[in-house]
Design a protein around this ligand. Structure first.
Ligand code: NAD
Ligand code: AHE
Ligand code: ZN
Length: 375
């Protein structure tokens, strides 16, 4: 079938909105009509050429929501008409990782997904007879896509696609990093570095669990008002701190008789390896946990003195907020529908597919939190 898509033909170039061909679902696969998709910083990261796994040509996009239109042989968990959110972290419930209960990083299809292919090793997308790569197993920058059955979460039908698509990445990543990865307790102190589409969701996750002091750090002063809206209690712009950022933050978080300082939990939501180090070192001696959420360019490495770890700080990473998609995503949609979490104010721009490149421009200019393409 012909579908409308924004194709990344080359790294560093704008997407081309065009018609491409999509084959129907094979065994274990589903055809989904995508109704809306967010534009995440990770799409920009891959499009820029910084992603070591980046492949071209590809149909990017991994933050979508839509309706199942057709299912392949053997599919039992969803049927045509079901509303779903595509999952770049699938949940097969059978692989050693899923069975371990220690991680959400299902391994059932990760190898082919990283090669831009469906689990049988082929692509369903093509343009003028030449294959186009899938992206993160989702390719939501097309109005129809094919996904493995294990990579869709069935959601309630009254949830608006143009809002809950954000649960397909940003919302779940931010809130999940707090709840699943860091397991933040009420009364904790926390620092969030980078108040964009992910960091604001970390903030609202911290507010949800009852953290006390919630410090937001961003180079952009416009983010102060944004942070306050989602639970931030203190804002720090590193450019306005006279001197080093880490001692400043440690001093700000001094509590209790020992006056040692440092946050119980810190979160990197920038993808900048210098910030990742600052986030670790701004943690409390003995127990502070720092969670890396940001994705860094090929070749980038993190550094710290081993002393920081010897003295009890813990460095952790979080992908998709540690969420098990088929189990947790429908629950997060419920939280949104019940008013427990906010999404609408973070969706600052809604665009037609024809204007998708404007969404990337707004992100570069720091003018958007989330742009959502509505088909
Ligand atoms: P964004 O562009 O919306 O926000 C980034 C924010 O960081 C901006 O507000 C920017 O001003 C701020 N910033 C940049 N450099 C900074 C610095 N040196 N100090 C302080 N603040 C700084 O991006 P986003 O969509 O929120 O994504 C953030 C990161 O998270 C990206 O690296 C993205 O690829 C990654 N990500 C990871 C996962 C995961 O599962 N681990 C999921 C989604 C996104
Ligand atoms: N391809 C990159 C890795 C990118 C990465 O870490 N992606 C996150 C999700 S970001 C969503 O916006 C993730 O899920 N990682 C786990 C995984 O299996 O990729 C690189 O550096 O190679
Ligand atoms: Zn993302």
């Amino acid at each position: 079938m012909d579908v409308k898509a924004a194709v990344a033909f080359e790294a560093g170039k704008p997407l081309t909105v065009t018609t491409v061909q999509l084959e129907g679902p094979r065994a274990g696969e589903v055809l989904v009509e995508i109704k809306a998709t967010g534009i995440c910083h990770t799409d920009e990261f891959t499009l820029s050429g910084a992603d070591p796994e980046g492949l071209f040509p590809a149909i990017l996009g991994h933050e979508g929501a839509g309706i199942v239109r057709e299912v392949g042989a053997g599919v039992t968990s969803v049927r045509p008409g079901d509303h779903v959110i595509p999952l770049y972290t699938p949940e097969c419930r059978q692989c050693p990782s899923c069975l371990s209960r220690k991680t959400n990083l299902c391994t059932a299809i990760r190898a082919t997904q990283g090669q831009g292919l469906m689990p049988d090793g082929s692509s369903r997308f093509s343009c003028e007879g030449k294959p186009i790569h899938h992206y993160m197993g989702c390719s939501t920058f097309a109005n129809f896509t094919v996904l493995p059955e294990i990579a869709v979460a069935k959601i309630r039908e009254d949830a608006p696609f143009d809002k809950v698509c954000y649960i397909g990445c940003g919302v779940t990543t931010g809130i999940g990093a707090v709840i699943n990865t860091a397991k933040v307790e009420p009364g904790a102190t926390a620092i969030v570095f980078g108040l964009g589409g992910i960091g604001l969701n970390v903030l609202q996750g911290l507010r949800l669990v009852g953290a006390d002091m919630i410090i937001g750090v961003d180079l952009n002063n416009d983010k102060k008002a944004w942070g306050e809206r989602f639970g931030m209690t203190h804002f720090v712009n590193p450019k306005e701190v006279g001197g080093d950022l880490v001692p400043y933050l440690v001093n700000l978080t001094k509590r209790g008789a020992d006056q040692i300082g440092g946050a119980d939990y810190t979160f990197d939501c920038t993808g900048n390896v210098t910030v990742m180090r600052q986030a670790l070192e701004a943690c409390h001696r003995g127990w502070g946990v720092s969670v890396v959420i940001g994705v860094a360019a090929a070749g980038a490495e993190i550094q710290t003195r081993p002393f920081q770890l010897v003295t009890g700080r813990v460095w952790k990473g979080s992908a998709f907020g540690g969420a098990r998609g088929r189990t947790d995503v429908p629950r997060i949609v419920d939280w949104y529908m019940q008013g427990k979490i906010e999404i609408d104010p973070m969706i600052t721009h809604t665009l037609p597919l024809a204007e998708i490149n404007r969404g990337f421009d707004l992100m570069h200019a720091g003018q958007s939190i989330r742009s959502v393409v509505v088909y």
